[in-house]
Design a protein around this ligand. Sequence first.
Ligand code: ZN
Length: 176
Amino acid sequence: MAIRTIRKEGDDILKKKAKPVQEVNAATLALVDDMLETMRSIDGVGIAAPQVGALKRIVVIEYEEDLYELINPEIVEIDGNQVCNEACLSVPGRCGDVDRPFKITVQAMNRAGEIQTHTVDDFMASVFCHEIDHLDGILFLDKARNVQLISDEQLKKRKRERRERARERRRAAGRR
Ligand code: ZN
């Protein structure tokens, strides 16, 4: 595994459409592992292959105890709406409001090459949409309103608060 350089806004690769993975092989898995390691090294929630310089339709998302390794993800169902204030590893220092579905269902291959279906809502639905947009060369900035500057400190505080809320939700669910 290796930590790869995150491509930043202005890099042409972020504007390109990524190609489907034809076969899940050792090179695919090495890329997935590198994406995971790179994302963890900077405390990210999601990363798409073009962000590490690979034009492949692969997304890795990790939040709390949930890890998704999505190869050739396709959104098959959307429901509802939400407005999310988003940031991006490739767009440091900025955030903005983006319209997203509240709930989505995605089909994707896992690392064993099996097709799986995932339904997620709320924050995770926005993360899935944000990352899948990267595979089509779309940055949140292309869709965002009210783009503002955000400091690393503010981003860290926001992550802490989000994790705290997620933990609280799990505790509440456990008590039922
Ligand atoms: Zn992003």
